[in-house]
Ligand binder design. Structure first.
Ligand SMILES: Cc1cc2nc3c(=O)[nH]c(=O)nc-3n(C[C@H](O)[C@H](O)[C@H](O)COP(=O)(O)OP(=O)(O)OC[C@H]3O[C@@H](n4cnc5c(N)ncnc54)[C@H](O)[C@@H]3O)c2cc1C
Length: 455
């Protein structure tokens, strides 16, 4: 068994086994729990490698952790062992304007990175709602994204190279600073979304892109969420790709209006289409969206200017947390919250979710990145009532299974972790065995984040 003293020899006093401090690492933003035996705060790749050598020798589990904002239990040490808190490895090593890339350590917080890139005229597009807290290492390990995915893609589209410490302490680079390479297996993509089960990321090279000149917002409302889904499909099939395309169903609108009664947004189901680019291209795209959706929408208009746009987006970012405004006796529980389906199936998913919500009598607020097929269903209950918990879990299970039935996924961006591990067989089929074989080859002692991904 690894003892505190072994870890202290590597990181000095940046290790703890104090129960109160360990408790802070026993959960993330999901319902999953698990207590570590030690928490270590490494400061360098060498320290991470030494810790993994030690852990491998004594067969102790190691779970990497960024900011712990994950919604699937990914950073929770369900089998105990060591939690590696990577938040202290948070330097921006290089901003390379000429090659349009940035080199960072994994613990840097996403908003901090974009603040540093802004004066250079660049940005890193993935934009989760947790951008003020989450780390780049955690985001990449979940292949997270956000509202801009519809135009700019997920983390996978931006990672050029990862320095990774493998389970036995060996250090590899999975790529290079090249935009393209045909040299062998794509280990970079293998590590993205691996949720810390194949290695610990210690340095990252990211592609960055120029900030768009300007943005415009189209606000459209529809009689039903299904019609809203149809309008989104019609927009895309007309060749318009917005930079964000978000649905807020009428329950979500009620919540927002309780937070801000002056919000200028219709009461029906709403879709927000944002376009970005040059002054002339955004004018043209916004008007085209208005024209394409006009016959389906009950109202449609272009936001008056930046301040109205900022106000609406600020409200949109609030929704996940604001749901209790609807009924103070109820709280949102993060289950069944990240399902997604191919664009064409969006109206069907919305319909199925509503049926499930009615069947189990669990209210559901539906919002999310409808442009990429990702629906965030916010189920809310009185958490003191056991029977409501039971109905909630049944409803969440049915939502996950509906997404799989419709050819989609149980997780578009939050990851599988422990919370969705039971769906991996149905989700992946025989490919899960291939994942298990990869895991066994790279981590034969199963020390890296064990108990995750249904492996
Ligand atoms: C309010 C709120 C809104 C959110 N909105 C979104 C959203 O819009 N889009 C979205 O994609 N997600 C969203 N999330 C989920 C979550 O914030 C993201 O998945 C986030 O990227 C996780 O980052 P983190 O630093 O907190 O990682 P953690 O939760 O600490 O870890 C996540 C996973 O990454 C692994 N990991 C962390 N660092 C490393 C490393 N250096 N090497 C290897 N593995 C590592 C962990 O073991 C774990 O499996 C939201 C969460 C909250 C609470």
């Amino acid at each position: 068994m690894v003892v505190l003293e072994d870890l202290r020899q590597i990181v000095g006093d940046r290790v703890t086994a104090s129960p109160t401090e360990l408790y802070c690492y026993s959960s993330d933003a999901s319902l999953v729990g698990g207590m570590p035996d030690y928490v270590v705060l490494p400061k360098s790749t060498t320290e991470v490698a030494q810790i993994l050598c030690l852990a491998s020798e004594f067969e102790v589990s190691v779970t990497a952790r960024g900011a712990g904002t994950g919604l699937a239990g990914g950073a929770v040490p369900v089998k105990g062992g060591i939690v590696l808190d990577m938040s202290g490895m948070n330097r921006i090593i290089e901003i390379d304007d000429d090659n349009l890339l940035v080199v960072v350590e994994p613990g840097i917080v996403l908003d901090k990175l974009n603040e540093a890139l802004e004066p250079h005229g660049f940005f890193f597009p993935p934009d989760p709602g947790s951008s003020a807290m989450c780390t780049i290492g955690g985001l990449i390990s979940n292949n997270g994204s956000g509202m801009r995915c519809v135009k700019y893609g997920t983390c996978r589209n931006y990672v050029l190279d990862l320095e990774v410490v493998l389970a036995d302490g060996h250090i590899i680079n999975t790529g290079s600073k090249m935009l393209k390479s045909s040299a062998g297996y794509d280990l970079t993509r293998l590590m993205i979304g691996a949720e810390g089960t194949l290695g610990v990321i210690t340095e990252i090279v990211l592609k960055i892109i120029p900030l768009p000149e300007t943005r415009k917002l189209v606000i459209a409302s529809f009689e039903t969420a299904e019609t809203a889904g149809k309008a989104v499909i019609k927009t895309f099939s007309s060749g318009i790709i917005p930079s964000a395309c978000e649905i807020l169903d009428r329950t979500t609108i009620q919540v927002l209006k309780r937070c801000d009664p002056d919000l200028l947004i219709p009461d029906d189901d709403v879709v927000l289409f944002e376009v970005d680019g040059t002054m002339s291209s955004v004018d043209e795209s916004a008007q085209r969206i208005v024209d394409v959706c006009a016959t389906l929408a009950s109202s449609i208009r272009i936001a008056s200017g930046k301040s109205e746009m900022d106000e609406i987006w600020a409200a949109r970012r609030l929704v996940g947390a604001a749901v209790s405004r609807l009924d103070p006796a109820k709280s949102r529980v993060y289950v069944g919250e990240d399902a997604g389906v191919p664009l064409k199936q969006i109206p069907n998913l919305i319909k199925r979710v509503q049926e499930i919500s009615d069947e189990f009598d669990v209210p559901a607020m539906k919002y999310g990145h409808i442009g990429d097929g990702n629906l965030h269903v916010a189920l809310f209950i009185d958490v003191m009532d056991k029977s409501q918990w039971k109905r909630l879990m049944h409803a969440a299970d049915k939502i996950h299974r509906a997404a799989i039935d419709l050819g989609g996924t149980v997780s578009c961006e939050h990851g599988i972790g422990r919370a969705k591990a039971q769906y991996m067989d149905d989700q992946c089929g025989p490919a899960l065995d291939t994942m298990r074989a990869i895991k066994a080859a790279l981590d034969p002692k199963d020390i890296l984040n064990p108990g995750k991904l249904g492996l």
